[in-house]
Design a protein around this ligand. Structure first.
Ligand SMILES: [Zn+2]
Length: 182
């Protein structure tokens, strides 16, 4: 079965930047699954997966603008330190903040006792991504998956999904370091 709209696709991947630094990878036996055509993953990756088959192995280069976008200097801003309460800060710390249009990951660039400079670009904005991919499964989506607009494989539960933004088309690279290892 080939990858096409409304198929649930499972694949293993390793993704590196242009210097060969591994940014993220699936664990052995735990492929990533998504609903093809539902904009669940970055567009540059979804386009390249179209038409591929089970057991296909291939490499994909995705330019930053087709991945997490170019780095926008206007998204670097200084906010009052009190906004962060008593949270201990350090340069490079990534925090999740909530704004009118949902949750965002911001990176602490610098801080003083009064202000904090944050970068609200996605941590991978401006980064070209190089994927090594192996497709492990392609199947028809269930009616429920089509209604929800996402795949239900690999332990994703609906009470968790309610907290996930549907329009957030990213794989969670490097954002899960504080989660428990199951
Ligand atoms: Zn669901």
């Amino acid at each position: 079965m080939l990858v096409s709209k409304n198929k649930v696709v499972s694949f293993f991947y390793t993704v590196k930047d242009d210097n060969g630094v591994i940014l993220d990878q699936t664990e052995s036996g735990k492929p990533f699954s998504y609903l093809h055509g539902a904009h669940q993953i970055i567009p540059g990756l979804e386009n390249e997966l179209e038409g591929k088959n089970i057991n296909d192995r291939f490499s994909i280069h995705v330019d930053a603008e087709n991945a997490y976008g170019l780095h926008d200097d206007n998204l670097i801003m200084t906010v009052d330190r009190t906004y962060f309460g008593s949270e201990p800060l350090e340069k490079g710390l990534q925090l999740q903040i909530q704004s009118q249009d949902g949750f965002h990951i911001v990176t602490v660039v610098d801080f003083t006792e009064k202000d904090v400079t944050i970068d609200a670009n996605h941590p991978l904005a401006g980064v070209n991504l190089n994927f090594d991919i192996e497709i492990s499964d392609v199947r028809e989506a269930t009616k429920e998956e089509l209604e929800h607009g996402h795949a239900h494989d690999h332990g994703i539960e609906d009470d968790y999904e309610e907290n996930v933004e549907d329009d957030d088309n990213d794989i969670e690279f490097n954002e899960d370091e504080n989660e428990e290892d199951n």
